[in-house]
Design a protein around this ligand. Structure first.
Ligand code: NDP
Length: 295
């Protein structure tokens, strides 16, 4: 299968590209920058969708970039990099003479209202209570294509764990120095997924005709993982103490109060439809995921 991957140059995109190529598929990234095995967003808009059987969008400005102030212009960049790229791909799919058979968008579990107690499946309500939940609603709406020929899948991802980017890359040094620990109270849920499982769910969605609609992209055991559990598991995988909490007010000072919600609060998410779709997680529990990532 030929697959077009918006944001295919990023952390998840590189893992997905490697997995798809290992299964014999051809991958072309859509990027802001020209290069080998890539087209640019501008070329996609001007020339239309290249021949392909699958499309994916993973583009998005990194929300938790600590070097960027949470200003109005950065907020707009966060929204536009997701909603506009998704619209561009959806329009190209809708206008294609031979539309792809499957179209997969990755959004986030920020759709569901943070809670210590409520468990969310793909059928739970959300998407209307804060900046991030409303962003997910707009992002998913932007992916709609009228053509029934294209099967549509949205994967609502949790925090993606992997060696080459994402949350672990940002946390590794403090933890290695024995300066790691829970964030805030540490009691907030920590909805996580191994990057190879997120790539695996996307590939499963591209390849299987019966898969459509929303899939939660979290590990099955993530529903009971707290931020403190994650800090302890990361500390023990690195054989370092992980007891120094990062106070909530420091997180708010660095990231701003609206954005710090992503770190100080969390959702208990169940991958119900993902499991029902017969996806088999390679890393269902945190110790095995961290062992794989850190060795
Ligand atoms: P990355 O931060 O690695 O970014 C992916 C790609 O997005 C980049 O390689 C870049 O491609 C493109 N991009 C970045 N900024 C912009 C911009 N301003 N305008 C247009 N394109 C831009 O993301 P991940 O791989 O970590 O995540 C993939 C998707 O999954 C994202 O949409 C993210 O929101 C979502 N997600 C990720 C989670 C995580 O923990 N990582 C958790 C939940 C959801 P290029 O430079 O080639 O243009």
């Amino acid at each position: 299968m030929r697959v077009i991957v918006g944001g295919g140059t990023g952390f998840v995109g590189r893992a997905l590209t490697q997995l798809l190529r290992s299964r014999g598929h051809e991958v072309t990234a859509v990027s802001r920058h020209p290069g080998k095995d890539r087209i640019t967003w501008d070329e996609l808009s001007r020339l239309g969708l290249p021949p392909c059987e699958g499309a994916v969008n993973l583009a998005g400005e990194n929300v938790l970039n600590p070097l960027r102030r949470w200003s109005e212009s950065f907020r707009q960049e966060v929204v536009a990099s997701r909603v506009e790229t998704t619209k561009t791909l959806a329009k190209a799919i809708a206008e294609a003479e031979h539309p792809p058979r499957s179209w997969v968008l990755v959004t986030g579990v920020g759709y569901y209202r943070p809670s210590h107690t409520t468990k969310y499946t793909e059928n739970s309500p959300g998407g209307d209570f804060d900046f991030f939940s409303r962003l997910v609603t707009r992002w998913e709406a932007a992916a709609q294509v009228p053509d029934q020929a294209t099967r549509q899948v949205v994967v609502r991802s949790g925090v993606v764990l992997g060696r080459d980017g994402g949350a672990i890359a940002q946390m590794l040094w403090p933890f290695r120095l024995g300066l790691g620990g829970p964030i805030g109270s540490g009691l907030q849920p920590f909805p996580w997924i191994h990057v190879m499982d997120l790539a695996g769910i996307i590939a499963h969605a591209l390849e299987h005709e019966g898969v459509s609609g929303i899939l939660n992209g979290v590990a099955p055991s993530a529903v009971t993982t707290s931020n403190k559990d994650f800090a302890q598991a990361l500390g023990s995988a690195l054989r370092r103490p992980a007891v120094l909490p990062l106070p909530g007010f420091v997180v708010s000072a660095v990231f701003g109060s609206e954005r710090s919600i992503m770190l100080l609060e969390g959702q208990r998410v169940v991958p119900e439809r993902t499991l029902e779709s017969s996806y088999h997680f390679a890393f269902p529990d945190l110790p095995s995921a961290l062992r794989d990532i850190l060795t």
